[in-house]
Design a protein around this ligand. Sequence first.
Ligand code: NDP
Ligand code: MG
Length: 392
Amino acid sequence: GSPRRITVLGATGSIGCNTLDVIGQLGGRDAFEVEALTGHANIGLLAEQAKAVGAKMAVTADETLYGALKSALAGTGIAVAAGASGLMEAAERDVDLVMAAIVGTAGLAPTLAAARRGADIALANKECLVSAGRLFVSAVADGGGTLIPVDSEHSAIFQSMEDDQRHAVERIVLTASGGPFRQMSREEMALVTPERARAHPNWSMGLKISIGSATMFNKALEMIEAHHLFAVAPEAIEVIVHPQSIIHSMVGYSDGSVIAQLGAPDMRTAIGYALAYPRRPKLNVERLDFAKLARLDFEAPDEARFPALRLARLAMARGGMQSAVMNAAEEVACAAFVAGRIGFLAMAEVAEAVMDEMIDWPAGDGMQVVFAADAEARARAASRISRLERAA
Ligand code: NDP
Ligand code: MG
């Protein structure tokens, strides 16, 4: 058939680069016509990518880098834009599929815009579901596109859940690697450096999600994502630590059956599934060798050392803007930890304190309501972090 038109939001990131690799594997320009690519700081890579795939447009989210991108693409005929309006322009181009892989709350507005336009959404960005779950799910429904999860756990669940068996779903079991500090005591965790926290044992990922894996905040976000994506009650969402990261998640049914999706820890499988959906693509990724694996281990997560899981349940039970607040406060705390300003354990403490402070914050499903709660949570987290710093 004719190539599918695709836009990649966050092309220069870990997911974005893997997406371009998968596009190449699926046939490159014969299979995909790349409309727009977006990035932020990495102008050199963005320009290189845009030329390599023959994109029609390249956008940097950073307005001050417009000139740099423009000159990097001079004479190529590739349109250039920058800033929030540039991101929106990229997101609203007429395409069949948008890969949503901008990190953080910055991904919210452009991904929502793409959903409203009716493109299918391959969703990697977590904030769309965590901070604006209902708003986002209804935007996709109104637009008429299909929402295909890219996060490996949700891709696994999506692959393990047949539409005509949804009524029989009893539980969702999210697997977690446990991160680099799975077996570390709380005392040791208090002293870890950002360098140690970002070194994930199994997956190679962006900075924020790597830290989120060490705190298990990433799993907390994924619990909330699963709640919105698959319309399952919070009580039906379990987390199990599975250090090998081979089982990517599971669905338990009313007959006692559990269906799982397995694979090497390589995001290209989930990305390829989303890009080729509903057909399974042929991918050059590692095949599992079960004899070599020999075993798959499981253990219950320790919520005393990983309070993020408890906070996710708290956020879902409280409702309102608590998920958005948790996410925003944690994003700020994560940046402060990476900058060496606060300790590892303080990240969850800051998030919980801000959640408590904002328990009665006005709720709603509009984008402005989400942005207001997000901004307030960031401000409160920032002032809490300054106070912690002064006290230290
Ligand atoms: P990266 O940090 O590697 O990449 C983020 C992308 O977003 C880059 O293209 C970056 O541009 C761009 N970006 C950064 N800040 C802004 C901003 N303010 N405005 C617009 N664009 C911005 O992240 P990942 O690829 O790891 O993750 C992307 C998303 O996917 C995250 O939400 C993450 O949680 C989720 N995810 C990632 C997984 C993984 O394996 N990496 C797995 C599952 C989900 P530049 O680099 O040019 O500055
Ligand atoms: Mg994941």
